[in-house]
Design a binder for this molecule. Structure first.
Ligand code: ADP
Ligand code: MG
Length: 635
């Protein structure tokens, strides 16, 4: 007797469920896609306990015939494919015929449905893969699927589920994404009956963006007005004709001043299917190369449309990845179309940017892919050139008259001028040991300021060389440590806003907000839910301006969302402190008087890690004595 057996359907379904149903959001995704495939124009999603207890999706689509309602739970039963050829031109979101049987094998599922072609509908109940009920039911045309107690019979899976809030955040962001791709449809999402998202049909994606993100967000976006690229039809050597193909790209990308800390705000759709795709990610980052810092991400909502035969969607069980027939072509088309939209709207950059090799645009895609595989997620985008390149040297004499202060409100408490260090008087060159000494943090405590370069960089001397300190980054480091210290002591100085700032949140942001309201308060943001998706911000940390406070809260929510919420509480706190520090720090292109320069260097010397900013950028560059001597051919 052989040892190989054909798996039972039940086991096969559970295996498929392992791939298709990873978490509550994957159930929502499959059911939502089914509703959209069924032509529904009104979709309502109800969730309880982050989807563990209940997921219900009700639609007004075409519904199922009596016989189909049962057949739908057979493995590989689908109405969307008939012959192999269909597999290479899939126009529906689903096609594998796996979702319903898979979900039914790991939950208690009930399906109520009626087709417009029949007078009576059906009710099917299935639990742990076994059908318990199949009977007639009276209902309107359309389908309602209710999934209770997900993974009740797969304890191993249940253990992998994250907190209710995390699972809910995934669901909220998923429904939001789909609603962005389908502006002509209604979507409603409720958690324990409280509304997280509710959008009615609108005529354009622009209006949908407005419904979800508000008008302020729209001001920050540039619309890609339907870019088109065509490949003409051709006849090859064998006489085979290939028809002309057309690619279209529409959507929105953010102006360069909008900089996100993670790629959660990048939504990519191919033929209205939400996907995560490296090729398109890379195209997008190439388009932004030199416009935003290497560690920042844009907001993007891209809709790529092409013939269904141009893209293979059958490469991943959950259909979140695709393979393009003409990868390079698609990459370049998207990059050029986004870049074209950005350059049309390009703001004048205050700081000249230097070209260096090894930039996003030049990084080969293969290398980029490898980086995409490497954790941590935050740093996976390709490196671009430094954002601020050094302009020509023009040192001011140290005794120059105290420059005029041109920032209205000092953004921090300025300490009294420190005593100036007495310059070294010994004429002899430093001993060998000093020549070889690596740049140390100690040296930073001994800096003698010489002047300011381009109102942006402090030039200073120490015993072991010449230093160039980025004033913004240095101040950022000082404030970052201060915020963390103040927070730990429970006393971040706050200011009360004259008028509370009203923030309109997305459904996903609202979920995050509820999770981290306490953390926000701990760093000085006293907030209050204000009905619907609005939150009022009543106080802000004293160091930031009221105008910045609002942006900061959004930024912090984004950190909390972090690469699908792998951010720990500790990271969140550090991220919050880094954001506050960045907003409150003196900027570049700002003249500083001698007292402020002294203060900055002294405070920097006192920090725990004076060498790099909280985002990892260097604070100071050093031109060592050895380099100087070499340069003058003295050694
Ligand atoms: P697939 O979507 O890959 O075809 P599913 O298991 O998700 O496989 O669904 C099986 C079939 O059940 C679908 O092909 C479709 O005919 C039917 N179906 C599922 N959900 C709905 C719905 N909401 N409205 C109408 N028909 C549906
Ligand atoms: Mg499906």
């Amino acid at each position: 007797m052989g040892r190989i057996q054909v798996l039972s359907d039940d086991l096969a379904n559970k295996i498929a469920a392992g791939e298709v149903v990873e978490r509550p959001a994957s159930v929502v995704k499959e059911l939502l896609e089914n509703s959209l495939d069924a032509g529904a124009t009104d979709i309502r999603v109800d969730i309880e306990a982050g989807g563990r207890r209940l997921i219900r999706i009700a639609d007004n689509g075409v519904g199922m015939l009596r016989d189909d309602a049962l057949l739908a739970f057979e493995r590989h039963a689908t109405s969307k494919l008939r012959v192999t050829k269909d597999l290479f031109s899939i126009a529906t979101l689903g096609f594998r015929g796996e979702a319903l049987p898979s979900i039914g094998s790991v939950s208690r599922l009930s399906l109520e449905t009626r087709s417009a072609d029949e007078q009576v509908g059906s009710l099917v109940e299935i639990a742990g893969g076994k059908i318990f009920k199949y009977e007639e039911a009276a209902r309107a045309t359309g389908t309602t699927v209710t999934v209770r107690d997900l993974f009740f019979n797969v304890p191993a899976r249940r253990k992998f589920l994250r907190s209710e809030q995390t699972e809910l955040a995934h669901i909220a962001s998923l429904v939001t994404h789909y609603s962005l791709a389908q502006p002509e449809k209604s979507f409603e999402l409720r958690h324990h009956n409280s509304e997280l998202l509710c959008v009615t049909p609108v005529e354009s994606p622009r209006e949908r963006v407005h419904q979800i993100f508000g008008s302020r967000m729209l001001d920050d976006l540039i619309e890609i007005g339907g870019a088109v690229r065509e490949i003409p039809g051709a006849v090859d050597e064998d006489g085979e004709t290939s028809p002309a193909v057309t690619y279209r790209l529409g959507g929105f990308v953010s102006r360069p001043q909008v900089q996100k800390t993670n790629r959660n705000s990048i939504y990519l759709f191919v033929n209205r299917r939400l996907i995560r795709d490296r090729l398109l990610m890379h195209a997008l980052s190439s388009a932004y190369y030199n416009l935003i810092p290497p560690a920042a991400f844009p907001f993007a909502l891209l809709f790529l449309e092409c013939g269904p035969e141009e893209v293979d969607v059958n490469v991943h069980p959950s259909k979140t990845e695709v393979r393009f027939k003409r990868g390079t072509f698609v990459h370049d088309f998207v990059r050029d179309a986004v870049r074209e939209a950005l350059t049309r709207n390009r703001p004048v950059s205050a700081v000249p940017v230097r070209e260096t090799p090894q930039q996003a645009a030049e990084l080969p895609f293969s290398e980029f892919s490898q980086r995409m595989d490497a954790p941590p997620a935050e740093t996976q985008m390709p490196e671009a050139a430094p954002f601020q390149a050094l302009p020509d040297f023009d040192l001011k004499p140290p005794q120059s008259p105290a420059p005029r202060l041109d920032f209205s409100a000092p953004p921090l408490e300025m300490a009294p001028p420190m005593r100036l260090k007495v310059p070294d008087t010994h004429a002899a060159f430093p001993e060998q040991a000093l020549l070889d000494a690596p740049a140390s943090m100690e040296a930073l405590r001994d800096l003698r300021p010489l002047g300011q370069l381009q109102d942006s960089f402090i030039i200073a001397a120490s015993r072991d060389g010449l230093w160039i300190v980025d004033q913004h980054v240095a101040h950022e480091r000082i404030l970052f440590e201060k915020v963390l210290r103040d927070r730990a002591r429970g006393g971040v100085p706050v200011q009360r806003m004259l008028m509370p700032a009203m923030l309109e949140l997305t459904a996903a942001q609202l979920v995050e907000y509820e999770r981290i309201a306490g953390e926000l308060a701990a760093v000085g943001f006293e907030t209050e839910p204000f009905g619907g998706r609005t939150v009022a911000v009543k106080t802000a940390p004293a160091a930031v301006s009221a105008a910045e406070a609002e942006k900061l809260v959004y930024e912090i929510l984004e950190i909390a969302e972090g690469e699908l919420r792998r951010v720990s509480l500790e990271d969140l706190r550090r991220g919050m402190a880094a954001s506050i520090a960045c907003r409150a720090a003196i900027k570049i292109n700002m003249r500083l008087d001698a007292a402020k320069i002294d203060w900055l260097l002294e405070e920097l010397g006192k920090t725990e890690y004076p060498m790099s900013c909280p985002h990892g950028r260097p604070v100071a560059l050093r031109y060592g004595i050895r380099d100087i001597l070499k340069g003058f051919h003295r050694i």
